[in-house]
Design a protein around this ligand. Structure first.
Ligand SMILES: Nc1ncnc2c1ncn2[C@@H]1O[C@H](COP(=O)(O)OP(=O)(O)O)[C@@H](O)[C@H]1O
Length: 194
């Protein structure tokens, strides 16, 4: 099903509370800005942003069933539910909205966990999710400042804040985020930015 931008926005926003849609609008805004700043495709960035949280408010039973039945990454079932919607979102973007651009699908798929070898678009969506104007958590302004000059440095700070939070709450950490964070630190070292 190929929708116009307005139809897509209508369909996606109907699947979440108003507050979460306002967050999505913030991610759209930040993603387009970052794409223009760092030379990614702003149209792709906006499309990935519109869809990134499409499944966030789906009942967890439905998400669990899709992870099991559709050959998705069911290892995620071993980890906290907030991680599931990203994988489901990529599935839904393709299966229900006809998005066939792997770059966009992967930006949705890895927007919460990150992964080793993130593309620029993946970094941008993940970072936009941290710094969109509606976000207000300790350290967010520091991440926003870093985002003015380095996607990688900002994203490391973002992942560090998530990892610190999970450690403080003694929650289980999905290891891909740690690997992703380490990979970004290596990229910064190679560029001499650390
Ligand atoms: N590596 C991870 N391991 C476990 N939980 C994680 C990991 N990364 C993110 N999370 C969880 O996901 C939440 C963030 O998910 P996200 O989709 O960005 O949600 P929100 O937009 O509501 O912040 C974190 O607050 C944390 O609870």
């Amino acid at each position: 099903m190929k929708l116009t931008r307005d139809e897509l926005i209508q369909s996606v926003s109907a699947q979440m509370p108003e507050k979460r849609w306002r967050h999505t609008e913030g991610v759209m805004q930040s993603a387009v800005l970052l794409a223009k700043r760092y030379g990614a495709d702003p149209v792709k960035a906006e499309l990935a942003a519109i869809l990134h949280d499409v499944a966030k408010y789906w009942p967890s039973e439905r998400q669990e069933q899709l992870l099991r039945d559709k050959g998705l990454n069911d290892e995620l079932l071993l980890y906290d539910k907030p991680l599931w919607h990203a994988e489901i979102g990529a599935y839904v973007a393709e299966a229900e909205y006809g998005i066939d651009d792997e770059e966009i699908l992967n930006a949705i798929r890895y927007h919460t966990s990150g992964r080793v070898g993130m593309t620029l678009l993946e970094k941008i969506i993940c970072l936009a999710d941290y710094i969109e104007p509606g976000r207000d958590f300790p350290g967010v302004d520091h991440i926003r400042r870093l985002a003015e000059t380095s996607v990688e440095a900002a994203l490391v700070a973002g992942f560090d804040s998530t990892i610190n939070l999970l450690v403080a709450r003694r929650q289980i950490i999905y290891p891909l985020t740690v690997l992703s964070r380490n990979d970004l630190v290596k990229q910064l070292e190679l560029e001499g930015e650390l």
